[in-house]
Design a protein around this ligand. Structure first.
Ligand SMILES: NC(=O)c1ccc[n+]([C@@H]2O[C@H](COP(=O)([O-])OP(=O)(O)OC[C@H]3O[C@@H](n4cnc5c(N)ncnc54)[C@H](O)[C@@H]3O)[C@@H](O)[C@H]2O)c1
Length: 309
């Protein structure tokens, strides 16, 4: 069993990863400053440090807890916020990652799992489905910070013999996703429906995305403890779903019959993004198991019991 630090372990995806690691018997330590994460997401059997990833005291935690593996989920995740405040985005996502890598180097961390964004790093003009051999580029500060983080991870790995895995997620959805902002459309729609209000669909509902269930993503993080050494891997389904289809499935699951409100195209929304996941199947021995309807049922059941504000 490994001693693992999960940054962002109070957040949506990170907390689901922590639950899976704890369930399998790993010793888990969480670092999270609760910027968007929530105390109630924190697994009782993990040790929690309320700390910023930019804090130099991370080194003390790595030493004290004898951490062997770092799984780095903490981030500023909003694209519009990164456009409004690129310096803050870079401070958290670039300098925070760099601080972790420096600390990791000091204590000789065996493996660094870095979470990147398959929906962003291939750029708006990528040939779809995007695969890992395509050049990584970026169209906004959030994307630039993820691309830069990937480069730093590779640099530290080459220089200091630290092993790494980069996981490039598509659109992740599931229990605990916060229904705010521009991301998390599944949770936004479900939470509107729970209030008996029709959601707004932008751009005629034609935007295509690749929706992957958070439980499948957590399983990929388990496999990344062992497989896919020094590789960047797409984690998605490879399945194209437009927003109209997504809404139809959500309406079926929730037995909701109101027509959505049709809104304008949103600036910056790329028309389509989905990922080629052949590499994940081959080197990570992973593929998604939960289809969209089943994942939406599980997410709906979560929100029925947990109203997020
Ligand atoms: N949600 C998606 O569809 C998606 C897709 C691609 C990549 N990702 C990546 O997955 C990771 C997790 O995203 P999420 O959707 O769970 O978001 P989230 O906001 O729920 O999780 C981020 C966590 O990081 C913490 N955090 C933020 N700044 C911090 C700091 N300076 N120091 C310590 N902790 C800090 C937050 O409090 C939160 O708990 C992020 O790296 C994100 O970029 C998410």
């Amino acid at each position: 069993m490994a001693r693992i630090l999960v940054t962002g372990g109070a957040g949506f995806i990170g907390s689901n990863v922590v639950d899976e690691y704890v369930r399998l018997g790993h010793k888990v330590v969480i670092v999270d400053n609760l910027f968007s994460g929530k105390r109630e997401n924190i697994n009782k059997n993990a040790k929690f440090y309320e700390m910023d990833i930019r804090d130099k005291k991370i080194l003390d935690i790595l030493k004290k807890e004898e951490i062997e593996i770092i799984n780095h989920h903490a981030a500023q995740i909003s694209v519009p916020d990164s456009v409004k405040n690129p310096i803050f985005d870079a401070e958290v996502n670039i300098l925070g990652t760099l601080n972790l890598l420096q600390c990791a180097k000091e204590v000789g961390i065996k493996r660094f799992i870095f979470i990147s964004s398959g929906g962003t790093v291939y750029g708006a003009n990528a040939k779809l489905p995007a695969n890992e051999n395509m050049p990584i580029t970026a169209d906004n500060p959030y994307g630039i910070s993820k691309v830069t983080g990937e480069h730093y991870v590779r640099f530290f790995s080459n220089q200091f013999k630290m092993k790494y895995v980069i996981l490039r997620y598509s659109n992740v959805y599931g229990p605990r996703q916060i229904p705010h902002g521009e991301a998390g459309v599944v949770s936004i729609f479900i939470n509107k429906i729970l209030k008996n209000e029709p959601p707004v669909i932008f751009g005629e509902g034609k935007c295509i995305r690749d929706y992957v269930y958070v439980g499948d993503v957590a399983r990929a993080n388990v496999l990344a403890l062992k497989y896919a050494t020094n590789e960047a891997i797409n984690i998605g389904t490879g399945i194209k779903t437009d927003v109209n289809k997504l809404y139809a499935i959500i309406c079926k699951v929730t037995d909701f019959h109101k027509k959505p409100i049709m809104g304008p195209y949103r600036e910056g929304d790329i028309p389509a993004n989905y990922l080629n996941i052949n590499k994940a199947k081959k080197v990570l021995k992973w593929e998604p198991k939960i289809n969209l309807e089943e994942g939406i049922k599980r997410t709906y059941n979560f929100f029925l019991k947990n109203v997020l504000v």
